[in-house]
Design a binder for this molecule. Structure first.
Ligand code: NAD
Length: 260
């Protein structure tokens, strides 16, 4: 379905971004990976995905908190593959603290990586998408793009912000073949959440398994984690022709979190 298309997925060396990159590659899309990690492991990952799906892969190590590096990554993708057809803004970090204790530099980093980076990639990707009259921009927001939790001020602000950016992008592209939508996952067991599980286990003096159950019980009625593969399948749907009139949505896949 996505043969001869190129997908750039930010933060795709791990977790949800990697799950989405794998599913887009399975549909034939070439992949530009981005994110941090061990250089050898990233090289092996690129080779594995390329071989498994018969696609081309590339990698750029742009730090998504740095606009100049984002510009370099977008130039690299355009030079390597002609253009970015599918942009998945996924890179993200978390920091948990009460507002009065929230380190100012952590606030700035969360807003830069989780929100501002998507403005930069979107503004740089749109001209080529519009000129080809086809494009898909998928912003990975969160259940925290729709509802809040205590101690996550920067994250909740950034995720509500990216839902807003999604709607504006959708309106500005409404009469083109470019769509923009957000996906709002609930808990997904990735390294980002494992840190919160570990902190909870230490804080409550319980096992890792009990901490996972406790985390889910608080927010996610299904009692089960969402998986990166499931989110990847939703991204594939958003790239399909059937989804050409799905525009500006914030689509939750969250085990019932925001239905409460
Ligand atoms: P993760 O920690 O497994 O992956 C994050 C990815 O972003 C990694 O590839 C990492 O290298 C990359 N990254 C981090 N900082 C970066 C930077 N400055 N520049 C470039 N890359 C950077 O986390 P994840 O859980 O897969 O999260 C992915 C996205 O999904 C995030 O936007 C997160 O907010 C969102 N999300 C996660 C959950 C969850 O439960 N895990 C729920 C809702 C939304």
């Amino acid at each position: 379905m996505l043969k001869n298309k190129t997908a750039l997925v930010t933060g795709s060396t791990s977790g949800i971004g990697l799950g989405i990159a794998r599913k887009l590659a399975a549909q034939g899309a070439n992949i530009v990976f981005n994110g941090f990690g061990d250089a050898k492991e990233i090289e092996a990952l690129q080779a594995e995905v390329a071989k498994q799906h018969g696609v081309q892969t590339a990698y750029h190590n742009a730090d998504m908190s740095k606009p100049q590096e984002i510009e370099a990554m977008m130039r690299f993708a355009a030079e390597r593959f002609g253009a970015v057809d599918i942009l998945v803004n996924n890179a993200g970090i978390q920091h948990v603290a009460n507002i009065e204790d929230f380190p100012v530099e952590k606030w700035d980093a969360v807003i830069a990586i989780n929100l501002t980076s998507a403005f930069h990639t979107t503004r740089l990707a749109l001209p080529a998408m519009k000129s080809r009259n086809w494009g898909r921009i998928i912003n990975i927001a969160s259940a925290h793009g729709l509802v809040a939790s205590a101690q996550k001020s920067a994250y909740v602000a950034a995720k509500h912000g990216i839902v807003g950016l999604t709607k504006v992008t959708a309106l500005e592209t409404a009469q083109t073949g470019v769509t923009c939508n957000a996906i709002c996952p609930g808990w997904v067991l990735t390294p980002l959440v494992q840190k919160q599980v570990d902190a909870r286990a230490a804080q409550h003096g319980v096992s890792i398994e009990e901490a996972k159950k406790g985390l889910l019980a608080e927010k996610q009625p299904s009692g089960e984690f969402v998986t990166p593969d499931q989110l990847g399948e939703l991204a594939v749907f958003m790239c399909s022709d059937a989804a050409s009139q799905v525009r500006g949505v914030a689509w939750n896949m969250d085990g019932g979190w925001v239905a409460q």
